[in-house]
Design a protein around this ligand. Structure first.
Ligand SMILES: [Zn+2]
Length: 115
């Protein structure tokens, strides 16, 4: 009986050690792009939220709705694969590619089901 209780208290201790992680405070930051799209992004309260964000709808650089701007220093923004892709393809083209790929995948699945 005593042994069983000991096991229980150990599992309770491990729960206690993770306490607080789920309660990290968050901040919601509003952004707006040149095309007039307004949206919010949630960040951990422990970081300084970015002053610019790529619009999820049209991809243009958005500014903070609260007017906060970044420091005037040359920002050497690392180009991601996505950035390079966006320079060569429009959002419409990417959507078309995605639609085609999904259709292909669906066709493969349907063919597999027929066998
Ligand atoms: Zn936009």
């Amino acid at each position: 009986m005593e042994r069983a209780f000991r096991g229980l208290s150990m599992s309770q201790a491990s729960f206690a050690s993770t306490e607080g992680i789920d309660f990290a405070t968050r901040q919601e930051i509003g952004f707006h792009c040149d095309s007039g799209h307004i949206y919010t992004r949630t960040f951990s309260d422990e970081i300084v939220p970015p002053t610019e964000w790529d619009c999820p709808r049209c991809g243009t650089l958005s500014k903070r709705t609260d007017g906060t701007v970044g420091e005037e220093k040359p920002v050497t923004r690392r180009r991601s694969h996505w950035d390079m892709l966006r320079e060569r393809r429009s959002m419409e083209e990417l959507q078309q590619l995605l639609t085609e790929r999904l259709a292909e995948i669906r066709a493969i699945h349907e063919a597999a089901e027929e066998i």
